[in-house]
Design a protein around this ligand. Structure first.
Ligand SMILES: [Zn+2]
Length: 71
């Protein structure tokens, strides 16, 4: 299901790619595969964080999973 939030997140992902390049905000490494590219919410949505670009960074899928809902 495509929600309003996930459509917005896709837009943020492309904007982050354009502005900051393919760099993981969690481990600092380069993200080499588009499949591995996720948007991490620095302050998690589940904890009341906003789905805005200022609260987002690009992250490897595995880094994002490890981080989960932690701040
Ligand atoms: Zn990473």
């Amino acid at each position: 299901m495509v929600t309003k939030t996930s459509r917005k997140t896709t837009k943020i992902k492309l904007q982050l790619l354009w502005e900051r390049g393919k760099k993981c905000g969690i481990c600092g490494g380069e993200i080499t595969s588009f499949d591995d590219l996720t948007v991490d919410h620095i302050f998690p949505i589940a904890r009341g964080g906003k789905n805005v670009i200022e609260n987002c960074q690009l992250a490897h899928k595995k880094c994002n999973v490890i981080k989960g809902d932690k701040i």
